[in-house]
Write a protein that binds this ligand. Sequence first.
Ligand SMILES: C[S@@+](CC[C@H](N)C(=O)[O-])C[C@H]1O[C@@H](n2cnc3c(N)ncnc32)[C@H](O)[C@@H]1O
Length: 232
Amino acid sequence: MFIRPTDLWHHYGRTRHATDRTVPDRFLWSWGQDAGPGAEALGEIDGRCIGDLGAGAARHAAHLAVHHHPARIIAVDASPAQHAMAQDLYDLLASRLRLVRADVRRHLHATAGTYDVLYSVFGAVDFVEPRELLPAAAAALRPGGRLVFSTLAHHLGGELAHPDVQHTEIGAKTPEGAAATMHRWVLQEQVWSKLLDEAGFTRISTETLPGEPGPRAADTLLVTAFRPGQPP
Ligand SMILES: C[S@@+](CC[C@H](N)C(=O)[O-])C[C@H]1O[C@@H](n2cnc3c(N)ncnc32)[C@H](O)[C@@H]1O
């Protein structure tokens, strides 16, 4: 018998969802969503096929659909709750933004050689075993395609990121409010670089975006890598 996994993303972004129905006018990568580089980190967007891995309510993807001219923008998220929030907010953009409820691994395996750009803003790249996700992302990109993701540069609270490929158990909540845990990969930049290299990426670069001071502040690691080859 198939038992549907509990949706541990049920509560994420729910307060904002109740009060903010706008399309953001900026695309930001940082943990605090307050500063740092924007959509230019994605490279050329207009006319390109773009995928958001772990899009949540799809606010970043909605920004790209409205403020840029991608050929296609596809926002993928496995959480029924997040997908429902995205539909509620942005179904009106359906001609420009496609919302897909799927595990990113399954989606990437089904879309080999499709994407010019894949990105994740503290999205699925943080929550899926990287030795599964990164090779699937490389295969889903066209030659010369770009992967960009923002991830924690250190654990919340300040503890260093892991120096090897090891997940952290972090606290989560079931829809009913019971305590649960999930895996999050908080890795040092050289670990991400090695994993990307092993997954077949090239021209790998990282940049640390310092967090603003505050109790939940965190530095962001912004990582960019390319599938080898020339874009057609
Ligand atoms: C911290 S939220 C970030 C959401 C969004 N990128 C944002 O900036 O608001 C992480 C998201 O990744 C999604 N996610 C985690 N693992 C996933 C997987 N295997 N496949 C698809 N989505 C996944 C979760 O459902 C959640 O919506």
